[in-house]
Ligand binder design. Structure first.
Ligand code: ZN
Length: 77
């Protein structure tokens, strides 16, 4: 996984505490990485990775999940 710059890591931490889902722009609970709809669109292994601690895998998992959600945009069934 590519190195994530410090600025981006801070954004990711902010995003975790915010109530706006970065995946779709809708509301989410704070301390959840995504809203339920986005979370359940992720593959199981990626969902699991989002439980990594911040600083030991979470940021990478978060970026990976966003990339996944972006490629799946418009693919809602
Ligand atoms: Zn969402």
């Amino acid at each position: 996984m590519a190195d994530i710059p410090v600025d981006r890591r801070i954004e990711i931490l902010d995003s975790l505490g915010s109530t706006k889902c970065e995946g779709c722009g809708k509301a989410k609970q704070s301390m959840k990485s995504h809203c339920r709809a986005c979370y359940f669109r992720l593959p199981k292994d990626l969902q699991r990775k989002l439980y990594e601690r911040f600083g030991s895998g979470y940021e990478e998992a978060f970026e990976e999940s966003l990339a996944y959600l972006k490629t799946k945009k418009g693919d809602l069934s």
